[in-house]
Design a protein around this ligand. Structure first.
Ligand SMILES: [Zn+2]
Ligand SMILES: [Zn+2]
Length: 229
């Protein structure tokens, strides 16, 4: 998916391209932000991979060869296995909210129902894990980082005015599960309340699963947001 494919005016710099694809058994949306305005000595554009699910390592390697970019960082919306499975594949720093940091250890998933599905036995742990703070540079611009616990303790949404990369907090017509280990329905309610009050209706939301939507569309039609006004 390129900026144009979203059918909306992109708030990103013209030189930044968003490439999206689906990875792994839970069909996780993975995004690559390619910043053609920042190239290294090798002439390759600087890129950030967000939520590299299972199989994303190989897909991104092919994309990188086609589109002449180099992955410099991996950034995670949260620590669930379907979003982090290939995080170690790139050999670059991996950024996650500190509350979900422990989930990057394969041991965290090894005893769960997802261990076999995501072949956790062959999964590596990233060697350089860094904490997400209040902002992050990606795709040639500065994103706000909003801590939105509930689905997981360290869930975050990345926002620039007009565009949100939101992980599993909000979906078109739904919200993230709160019945998983580490989830909290109470915290989720507070996060959804914050979302409806602080984000703009025109903000396009790229969710962790399924189609994109907008904050305004979900306020109007998402039953999970009706109760948190
Ligand atoms: Zn999740
Ligand atoms: Zn997910």
């Amino acid at each position: 998916m390129s900026n144009e494919d979203r059918g909306v005016a992109s708030p990103l710099p013209d030189s930044t391209r968003v490439v999206g694809f689906v990875a792994g058994p839970l069909e996780t949306n993975c995004y690559v932000l390619v910043d053609a305005a920042h190239t290294g000595d090798d002439g390759l554009a600087s890129a950030v991979v967000i939520d590299p699910g299972m199989g994303a390592g190989e897909v991104v390697r092919q994309l990188a060869a086609q589109h002449n970019f180099r992955v410099e960082r991996v950034v995670l919306t949260h620590g669930h296995i379907d979003h982090i499975r290939d995080a170690a594949d790139f050999g670059v720093p991996v950024y996650v909210h500190p509350a979900d940091r422990d989930m990057l250890n394969p041991q965290w998933t090894a005893t769960s129902q997802f261990a076999a599905l995501f072949d956790v036995d062959s999964m590596a742990m990233p060697s350089d894990i860094r904490d997400l703070d209040n902002t992050i540079e990606m795709g040639g611009t500065t994103w706000e980082i909003h801590h939105m616990p509930g689905h997981s303790p360290g869930s975050v949404m990345f926002r620039i005015p007009g565009l949100i990369i939101g992980g599993d907090v909000l979906f078109k017509g739904g919200v993230g599960r709160t019945d998983l280990p580490g989830s909290s329905a109470e915290e989720m309610l507070l996060s959804l309340k914050k979302l409806t009050h602080e984000f703009a209706d025109d903000d396009v939301v790229l969710s962790g699963h399924g189609p994109h939507t907008t904050v305004g569309e979900e306020k109007r039609s998402n039953p999970f947001l009706q109760s948190v006004k």
